[in-house]
Design a protein around this ligand. Structure first.
Ligand code: SF4
Length: 413
């Protein structure tokens, strides 16, 4: 094991439930070495697995897929990987063995691991704790050998200790036992990020920072809006729908898009922006319901409680504890851009959950809606080639300064 500290988040559990979702939903890239090794393995032992298992996209090797969409090695009846059944887990490609763990470099000499929320087992926090799987995760770290620790741009002049203290303060906000609603907790989180950014020039003075933080959090908690606020205008609402559409867009479903598909996608993005069309046309995991019938804005009859949003809170804590909101996991943007983006996940998750809930005919957000929404947003956060471009960054900045108006339009939960 190289001289690297592997930090594994403590609040996540994972044990594969063999739902086969990852084998059906993703185009799985493998290394050239894995492609050659698997080909040799298939030749070496009698078996009826397909030999033609590689498809090349832009010259890179991906697992070929059946006409039904699943991986060529997926057993559709059992949802189990046939490579795994015949040759064992250790013989699978590294990308298959690694999923759903996300490993990233953080500070120099440090690596962190969290589990991705687009896996149903992770969403339900089912199985063994991630920390108890340390040996396997360290093995993955060794094979992956992640590089590129936080650079100067990401660090914004802050020391590791200062960043750790800031992240811990935000974890404290999420763990505070106050009997507030999920929306109020998200508001306080946003407000604390705003206030921490204002004092970041002093943050390397750890004693002063530690003294300031409790006061700053108390002030943010006291400032939660009590009276009705002004919501977004039509432009703001349209911009938010466009942004949500960009987050829910799954370009990877068509790795070889035709001109007709591209034109249809532009049309759908326009329709979504104006509150029409369906997110389903941007990704098959989204409900096949129209936005006109199931809008993302507006409160529903029944509010959800903290328990319904527990998975959201756990997700944010794991991202913070693993520092997977900056560096390679967030387009190498500065630290506070990543923190602002984390604060903005609440309106995105709420809007997606509302749409999902309405598509089921429910009159309030329930746990399956939150699971769906977290999985959908987590999948994109820091992974979408589209969202790293300047216009989307500008939209993030726009909504961060209008967080309360956005929340008012969405309806406080
Ligand atoms: S999505 Fe998760 S639970 Fe389902 S097969 Fe893949 S790793 Fe297992």
């Amino acid at each position: 094991m190289p001289d690297r500290k592997v930090h594994i988040v403590e609040n996540q559990n994972y044990g594969c439930i063999q739902c086969g979702r990852c084998c059906r939903r993703f185009h799985v890239l493998m290394s050239e070495e894995d492609a050659r090794r698997i080909a040799r393995l298939l030749e070496s032992r009698p078996n009826d697995l397909p030999r033609d298992f590689v498809t090349r996209i832009d010259g890179r090797p991906y697992f070929a897929r059946k006409p039904s969409g699943g991986c060529v090695f997926l057993d559709e009846d059992t949802g189990y990987c046939r490579m795994h059944s015949l040759f064992g887990f250790s013989q699978k490609a590294l990308s298959c063995r690694g999923y759903p763990v996300n490993i990233a470099s953080t500070f120099p000499g440090h690596v962190s691991a969290i589990a991705r929320q687009d896996c149903p087992a992770v969403q339900r926090n089912a199985g063994k704790t991630l920390t108890s799987q340390r040996r396997e995760i360290e093995g993955l770290v060794e094979e992956l050998n992640p590089r590129s620790p936080f650079n100067r741009r990401v660090l914004e002049g802050l020391t590791q200790e200062a960043i750790e203290t800031l992240a811990q303060a935000l974890v404290g906000v999420l763990q505070a036992p106050d009997p507030v609603s999920p929306g109020q907790r998200a508001w306080v989180f946003h407000e604390v990020v705003v206030r921490l950014e204002k004092i970041k020039g002093f943050a390397n003075d750890l004693d002063a920072l530690r003294e300031m933080i409790p006061n700053l959090i108390a002030k943010a908690q006291a400032a939660v809006p009590q009276s009705p606020q002004r919501g977004l205008g039509w432009f703001g609402r349209a911009a938010f729908r466009a942004w949500l559409g960009a987050c829910l867009r799954r370009d990877t479903e068509r790795v070889k898009p035709t001109a007709f598909y591209r034109a249809a996608r532009v049309w759908t993005m326009l329709a979504v922006t104006f509150g029409r069309g369906s997110f389903h046309r941007l990704g098959c995991e989204h409900p096949p319901a129209s936005l006109a019938r199931c809008p993302a804005f507006g409160k529903q009859a029944h509010s959800s409680d903290q328990a319904t949003w527990e998975s959201y809170r756990r997700w944010l804590i794991s991202r913070l504890e693993a520092y997977q909101f900056c560096g390679v996991t967030f387009y190498d943007e500065p630290l506070f851009v990543g923190l602002r983006a984390l604060a903005l996940t609440y309106p995105l998750v709420l809007a997606a959950a509302r749409h999902h809930s309405r598509s089921r005919g429910a009159d309030g957000v329930e746990e399956p809606d939150v699971f769906y929404a977290i999985g959908a947003i987590d999948h994109t956060l820091g992974r979408s080639p589209l969202l790293q471009y300047r216009p989307w960054r500008s939209l993030e900045a726009f909504f961060f300064t209008r967080w309360t108006a956005l929340q008012t339009s969405l309806g406080w939960e």
